[in-house]
Design a protein around this ligand. Structure first.
Ligand code: MLT
Length: 269
């Protein structure tokens, strides 16, 4: 379905009965809600699962206003989701927020903006620290390539760093390639700028006053185990760190059984 939020026509999967406890799933870059398909299928039996396509991704094709690079920020993406929650009106006062990578950066922004509406946090394959100068330069080069030749110009290289070698050469690799290559070029360019300019969320970690679960694929090269441990050490109410075997950076898609088990244990504890 589509929701009208913050000047955008936002695509959102909204599964299950509206009186179930709500989980907001926030995808990574440059993916869409379908990266959560195993979670929506399994957890949808017991939870209301809300999984939007963020501004400039998947079915949320337009960038709304503002459109210029530099005006899309992680904060703006969080404000889109607050408007979405206002529109969809979860029954409960507090929801669970589950974000992967960029989705985790947005989860930190949501925590800063609406802590009273968040009951639990799941931080998957993400990090609290900002980009190094090298990563910022790499993003700038990626944006130039995409401006010239479209998303296909970066998909090969991204697949190598996102997935385990086995997953990269299998069906999951095809699925992730499809998500990257169907993301509009303007969505990729603007989001790369937002990622490069995101704030340092290290100090936010200690302010998180609700139970939090940190999950990481054991072969995650982009946000490796050390990043997960760094966050985990600084959280106040934390579940044991969940390391997902046979998974890289997209652990919910690469090993859904282990990912879902960790999430269910956390939600039921
Ligand atoms: C993601 O999966 O969202 C990206 O790896 C985030 C990033 O590049 O920092």
């Amino acid at each position: 379905m589509f929701a009208q939020v913050n000047g955008l026509r936002m695509f959102v999967e909204d599964r299950s009965a509206s009186d179930f406890e709500t989980i907001l799933f926030i995808h990574g870059f440059p993916f869409d809600h379908s990266m959560w398909r195993h979670q929506l299928f399994l957890l949808g039996a017991e939870f209301r699962c809300i999984a939007p396509d963020l501004r400039g991704h998947g079915g949320t094709l337009d960038l709304g206003e503002p459109r210029q690079a530099g005006q899309v920020t992680i904060d703006l993406l969080a404000e889109d989701l607050i408007a979405l929650l206002d529109d969809l009106q979860p029954r409960q006062e507090k929801i669970t927020v589950c974000g992967l990578s960029m989705g985790g950066y947005i989860a930190f922004a949501l925590w800063c903006k609406i802590p009273a509406r968040i009951g639990r946090l799941i931080l998957a394959d993400t990090k609290a620290t900002p980009d190094t100068p090298e990563v910022k330069a790499r993003r700038q080069a990626q944006a130039e390539k995409v401006k010239q030749d479209g998303p296909k110009a970066i998909s090969e290289g991204m697949l190598d760093s996102l997935l385990t070698p086995e997953n990269r050469n299998g069906v999951i690799g095809m699925e992730v390639r499809r998500m990257i290559e169907s993301t509009p070029a303007h969505g990729i360019v603007n989001t790369l700028h937002a990622l490069a300019n995101r704030p340092d969320s290290t100090d936010t970690l200690a302010t998180i006053a609700v139970p939090a679960l940190v999950i990481v694929g054991e072969q995650d090269k982009l946000t490796p185990l050390e990043d997960a441990q760094y966050m985990h050490e600084r959280l106040r109410h934390k579940a044991p760190l969940a390391v997902i075997p046979n998974a890289g950076h997209i652990s919910p898609l690469e090993n859904p059984d282990a990912f879902n088990r960790a999430v269910l244990e956390f939600l039921k504890s």
